[in-house]
Write a protein that binds this ligand. Structure first.
Ligand SMILES: Cc1cc2nc3c(=O)[nH]c(=O)nc-3n(C[C@H](O)[C@H](O)[C@H](O)COP(=O)(O)OP(=O)(O)OC[C@H]3O[C@@H](n4cnc5c(N)ncnc54)[C@H](O)[C@@H]3O)c2cc1C
Length: 455
């Protein structure tokens, strides 16, 4: 308890909730966390929305603030680029950054969540309560209703509530209602299905270990991220309806035939494809843009509860982790809490909206453009400019993934950068043909002043 019997309560102990609990505890707060699910450290349950995920600079920076970056990296697999699998089986590796030193990392969601929960508990200030589902919040009365073990409900009074309860947040409903705001929840017409590509019995890896694999097929795609044990987690992104779609794959034999036709190199590596396909859930993806992130000084939303985004920039968790860093910085200034919450919303919302839009745009890039020759030429030019004009040219991907520049700045700078690349790509057949003098002049004229003003 703190501030005259006030209780600090978190709804949701997923990735963002468990990290936030740690940050708050480090500021001396006693924190109570209510998590709907059982304790994933003690029971065999799925870790949640994806088996593994890509962590990059923003997420790693947040972990560094709480002393966990190296522990996490010890279990992560560096992915300096993406491996594109063409229909004919041809492979093309595209580096993400200027060279192999810039990479994203594949990490197990369950492992990271367990690590954060353990670290939060070790502070001695965090009490974790599982099978506790937050049903409702009355911000005015500071009263929370919690369902215990799916059986009875309890009232929690005098609570300051941090809503880290994910995309379907119950806290968001209360916050939006209290402020008379709106929450736009745009469901993607595509769903996703995860499949495990097992490690070979003799050890090693069936695909290149240090890469994010993509099979771009126009309206749908398969991706695969490596796991520590030699397996890969594949994710099929496909429309729910239409042809092909999850609906058309319900017929007997349809899944195997679909994989044979579109992902011929990986199909033989999935002997239990049908069983996995039938047994694993089909997930949906949503973009949440919500006009109110806090209710006075009583409740605040962070992570997916405030801004769920589609996963195609690999930034949902990274963005949620960055939320925790930003809030921690504001809390350090010891301003009244209502002011901290309002400043957090004002600072983060434009950036969350920007990464939400970039994530949707990146879906098209991943599933369709990565196989397009013009796109490949522009990527090659971008790579050359990154290497030859260091400190001058930056790309959107690099700003989002390898820097902590505000997402809004990354969005706008990315537009300028891709405009320059597109101009330079006119009339050339390869990146080597690009006139570097002209490139430097365009960057100096358009990109440098923009970035100088904002960073
Ligand atoms: C397929 C897929 C791939 C992804 N890949 C990446 C990636 O590569 N990189 C990346 O950065 N992000 C990725 N993301 C996004 C990332 O998963 C989310 O942004 C991240 O999980 C958000 O964390 P969170 O803690 O805010 O929400 P969640 O992870 O959803 O956690 C919310 C927690 O709250 C609990 N909860 C829910 N309701 C209640 C309630 N009423 N009461 C109490 N507890 C409740 C839930 O059980 C859960 O534990 C991916 C998402 C998907 C779907």
């Amino acid at each position: 308890m703190s501030r005259g019997g006030e209780r600090t309560v978190l709804a949701g102990a997923g990735l963002v909730g468990s990290l936030l609990a740690l940050f708050l505890a480090r500021r001396g707060r006693a924190v109570e966390v209510f998590e709907r699910r059982p304790d994933l450290r003690r029971e065999q349950i799925s870790a949640g929305r994806s088996i593994n995920l890509a962590i990059s600079v923003r997420g790693l920076h947040a972990l560094a603030q709480v002393g966990l970056e190296q522990d996490a990296l010890a279990h992560a697999i560096p992915m300096p680029g993406r491996m594109i699998h063409a229909r004919d089986g041809g492979l093309t590796f595209q580096t993400y950054g200027k060279d192999d030193s810039q990479c994203i990392h594949s990490i197990s969601r369950g492992l990271l969540n367990r690590m954060l929960l353990d670290a939060a508990e070790r502070t001695g200030r965090v009490r974790l309560s599982f099978r506790r589902r937050v049903l409702a919040l009355d911000p005015e009365r500071r009263e929370l209703t919690v369902e215990v073990d799916g059986a009875h409900t309890e009232r929690v009074e005098g609570a300051v509530v941090y809503g880290t309860d994910g995309a379907g947040s119950a806290v968001r409903r209360a916050v939006v209602e209290a402020r008379g705001g709106v929450s736009h929840e745009a469901l993607l017409a595509h769903g996703y299905k995860e499949l495990t590509l097992p490690a070979p019995p003799e050890g090693g890896w069936r695909l290149e270990r240090n890469a994010l694999h993509i099979w771009p097929r126009g309206d749908f795609m398969l991706i695969a991220l490596p796991n520590e044990d030699g397996s890969f987690t594949c994710t099929l992104f496909l429309a729910f309806e239409g042809s092909p779609s999850f609906a058309t794959l319900e017929a007997p034999g349809a899944v195997r035939a679909f994989f044979r036709e579109h992902f011929a190199d990986v199909e033989p590596m999935l002997p239990d494809l049908e069983a996995q396909f039938a047994g694993n859930p089909t997930g949906s993806m949503v973009t949440v843009k919500c006009s109110a992130w806090h209710a006075g000084d009583t409740a605040l939303l962070l992570g997916d509860a405030a801004h769920a985004i589609v996963p195609f920039f690999g930034q949902g968790m990274n963005c949620g982790f960055e939320d925790c860093v930003v809030l921690d910085g504001l809390e350090a200034e010891a301003a009244p809490r209502g002011e901290v919450f309002a400043r957090f919303e004002a600072l983060r919302k434009p950036n969350a909206d920007a990464i939400a839009d970039m994530a949707v745009e990146n879906f098209v890039e991943m599933r369709a453009s990565t196989a397009d020759p013009r796109f490949l030429l522009e990527k090659a030019i971008e790579k050359r400019l990154l290497a030859e004009l260091p400190g001058e040219f930056v790309s959107r991907y690099a700003l989002v993934t390898f820097s902590r520049a505000p997402y809004r700045v990354a969005y706008d700078a990315g537009r300028i950068a891709s405009g320059i690349v597109s101009e330079l790509a006119e009339g050339v057949r390869s990146a080597a043909e690009v006139d570097l003098g002209r490139a430097r002049a365009l960057v100096a004229e358009r990109l440098t002043p923009f970035l100088r003003e904002r960073l």
